[in-house]
Design a protein around this ligand. Structure first.
Ligand code: SF4
Length: 309
């Protein structure tokens, strides 16, 4: 007789990468998005997935990501109109497509947070990873949000720590402060997608130790400047993030490397409805596999940290 362990997933967030299209092509993009990326999930499929996930997890937060979600702006507003009264939303964006009218519309939703990517406190550092002009366009987007009256308590930065910007962490915090943004999430680069393709260019002579560098850096900052801000860790191995990729693939976490990708795949919402996939034993197996990899190490863990400034 075999004893099978079945885990009941308990998700806090439903991450939906609605598209693989992006207006830029970052060197470290873990899903290799670009202007040529695919359109992604159909709108009815996104609606259906939110509806059926909410039935199982009524308090779930919906996180809209991509690619760049604002390449499908009108559909984002349709989703917010339909669900945001009863469901909190977080949109992850590079901030470059936020026009005046987009900012005005976004400012009308109460249950909405925006997290904008910032990888350096100046154009040189940010644009190295994201391409020329990205920094200026992000700042313009933030100005438009300010002008629209968007609640800046609901605005955050997200910074990927990679080679070339490790030293910028303190400058990023200072810039956030100057702009009136009170939360910055830092996480080390995930080793997949474009980041994997460029790995040897940027991590020459290193044995994949940027996670370690990152952890030491965060430890140093938090111990030296603990009176200025509070921090909390985000445990990416907590399996709280049900993640749907733009091709429909479903994982109980956000994958960080090729091993995660191989072991974690549960199914695809274009083939099977999300609630059936959540109840499928494959979901439980995927969580167990990740847990084993995480516990046994060495592993790449995002080990993200949120700074409340
Ligand atoms: S990291 Fe974000 S902004 Fe950059 S290419 Fe990928 S999806 Fe686009």
């Amino acid at each position: 007789m075999t004893n099978e362990i079945i885990l009941q997933p308990d998700f806090d967030s439903l991450f939906i990468l609605i598209t693989n299209k992006c207006n830029i092509e970052c060197k470290h993009c873990y899903v290799s998005s670009s202007p040529n990326g695919s359109y992604g999930l159909s709108f009815p499929k996104i609606q259906e997935t939110i509806i059926h996930t909410r039935k199982l997890f009524p308090k779930i937060r919906v996180v809209i990501s991509g690619g760049e979600p604002f390449t499908r702006k009108s559909e984002i507003f349709k989703l917010l109109d339909e669900f945001n009264n009863s469901t909190p939303f977080l949109i992850l964006s590079n901030g470059m497509l936020i026009t005046e009218s987009t900012a005005n519309r976004l400012s009308t939703y109460n249950n909405l947070k925006l997290r904008l990517s910032l990888d350096g406190a100046n154009a040189e550092k940010h644009d190295f990873l994201r391409g020329s002009g990205s920094f200026e366009k992000l700042l313009e987007g933030i100005k438009k949000l300010k002008k629209s009256g968007f609640n800046f308590d609901n605005l955050q930065f997200s910074s990927t720590i990679s080679v070339g910007n490790e030293a910028s962490v303190e400058e990023i915090i200072s810039l956030a402060k100057k702009l009136g943004i009170s939360k910055v999430k830092f996480e080390p680069i995930a080793k997949t997608g474009n980041a994997l393709d460029h790995w040897d260019d940027y991590h020459k002579n290193e044995t994949d130790k940027d996670s370690e560098n990152y952890k030491n850096l965060i430890k140093k900052i938090t111990s030296e400047r603990h009176q200025e801000f509070t921090t909390y860790s985000i445990n990416d191995a907590g399996f709280k993030d049900l993640t749907i990729y733009s091709n429909g693939d479903v994982y109980p976490f956000t994958y960080l490397n090729e091993i995660d990708k191989e072991y974690g795949l549960v199914g695809n919402i274009n083939i099977e409805r999300i609630d059936y996939l959540i109840k499928n034993p494959k979901m439980s197996n995927s969580i167990l596999n990740k847990f084993l990899h995480y516990s046994m190490g060495p592993h790449r863990s995002l080990g993200a940290t949120m700074f409340n400034i």
